[in-house]
Write a protein that binds this ligand. Structure first.
Ligand SMILES: NC(=O)c1ccc[n+]([C@@H]2O[C@H](COP(=O)([O-])OP(=O)(O)OC[C@H]3O[C@@H](n4cnc5c(N)ncnc54)[C@H](OP(=O)(O)O)[C@@H]3O)[C@@H](O)[C@H]2O)c1
Length: 343
């Protein structure tokens, strides 16, 4: 017997990837429901290599009773209404929004990093999936932390527009088209605060009182919750005109000495990591090459001579996959193995 799985936000960037990944990984489903807003009710979604089809159901009339798992990718507003409803109807929610991540009684999980924390899901029947930038970073940091204990991380991100949903991708596309094929004035930016085509914007999510942004704050607090509360993180999050794939430049300070060669050896064997690190032209990964893949790619591992026990590296991953949909499906697999035991 398999699971009954509802994908909420199934028409969005993350929801569509969730459906594809459930099919690719042959997640043991007896039934899948594609659920979205009333706007999409009755539209057909195609997913998986064989082009399976589902009719989208209206969240407002969806009864979660009898459904085992709900993968939510619908944003914080709708999630605040429907995730507690699903959880109270006995369906375990795995949520991609930021709503529950820092709640002490909701586990925040990256299966390669803190799988044991999932056991706490019974408190609320809700499990949180981290921010896309945090997920790929902690996958790369975990094996290095286990070996040499990380004290501090300075990270600068180069985040793709798909991290801002379908509307973010459309805005980059439309602006690019209107620069090459001008028809009247270019529309004012809607999704981003400035023109994103041929530009970079050092601002993701709202500003906080200390001058940082909420996206940067998420990287700090989520890394502490998932990996180690003692790790200090300083983040600068930047939106770049890339459709899919987030990149990060990391500078890491360790308690113990760790050479670049040993770090490369550790990363080569680490779960979820792919090391691509040839010190030659093209011997590193760029976002375009990671699209559709589940790994966190690491390149450019080198020692930082300006501090004791310092390393710098470059890390890239598909934000819709490891940053969201894949991580959520991996959580569902973990939940199945450790707790639900169907399939
Ligand atoms: N993109 C990323 O890299 C990423 C990474 C980590 C986490 N997340 C999180 O994942 C969530 C979804 O992101 P996304 O990029 O997939 O956004 P998106 O492309 O804009 O899709 C949003 C989805 O939510 C649905 N939705 C909107 N309002 C709804 C409502 N009132 N009731 C039910 N469904 C509703 C939409 O359905 P309709 O089509 O019917 O409007 C659509 O399916 C967000 O919480 C985001 O923060 C995204």
């Amino acid at each position: 017997m398999g699971y009954r799985v509802a994908v909420v936000g199934a028409t969005g960037n993350v929801g569509r990837e969730m459906l594809n990944i459930l099919a690719e990984r042959e997640f043991p489903c007896d039934e899948i429901a594609a659920v979205a807003s009333p706007r999409s009710t009755g539209t057909e979604i195609e997913y998986g290599e064989s082009g399976r089809k589902l009719k989208v159901k209206n969240i407002e009339h969806f009864d979660f009773t009898g459904w085992d798992i709900a993968l939510f990718a619908a944003g914080s507003g709708p999630t605040a209404i429907y995730a507690p409803k699903a959880a109270s109807q006995g369906c375990v929610v795995i949520d991609n929004s930021s709503l529950y991540r820092m709640e002490p009684d909701v586990p925040l999980i990256v299966p390669e990093v803190n799988p044991e924390a999932i056991d706490g899901y019974t408190a609320r029947n809700i499990i949180a999936n981290p921010n896309c930038s945090t997920a790929q970073m902690v996958v790369a940091l975990k094996p290095l932390h286990d070996r040499a204990k990380i004290k501090r991380v300075i990270v600068s991100t180069y985040q793709s527009v798909s991290g801002a949903g379908k509307a973010g991708m459309d805005e980059l596309f439309e602006q690019t088209r209107s620069i090459f094929m001008p028809v009247g004035e270019m529309n004012e930016p809607q999704k981003f605060t400035k023109q994103i085509a041929f530009n970079v914007i050092p601002h993701i999510d709202v500003f906080l009182d200390d001058g940082s942004t909420k996206e940067e704050w998420k990287m700090v607090v989520e890394t502490k919750k998932i990996l180690d509360p003692k790790i200090k993180v300083q983040a600068t999050c930047v939106r770049v005109p890339v459709f899919v794939g987030h990149s990060e430049s990391l500078n890491i300070e360790f308690e113990k000495e760790l050479s670049a060669t040993e770090a490369q050896d550790i990363l080569r064997e680490a779960p979820g990591v792919m090391l691509v690190d040839k010190r030659e032209n093209g011997g590193y990964i760029t976002p375009i090459e990671c699209v559709g893949d589940g790994a966190t790619y690491v390149s450019r591992v080198r020692e930082d001579p300006t501090i004791d026990n310092g390393l710098a590296l470059w890390c890239v991953s598909d934000n819709l996959r490891k940053g969201a949909a894949l991580n959520a499906v991996q959580i569902a697999e973990l939940l199945g193995r450790r707790h639900l035991k169907k399939g």
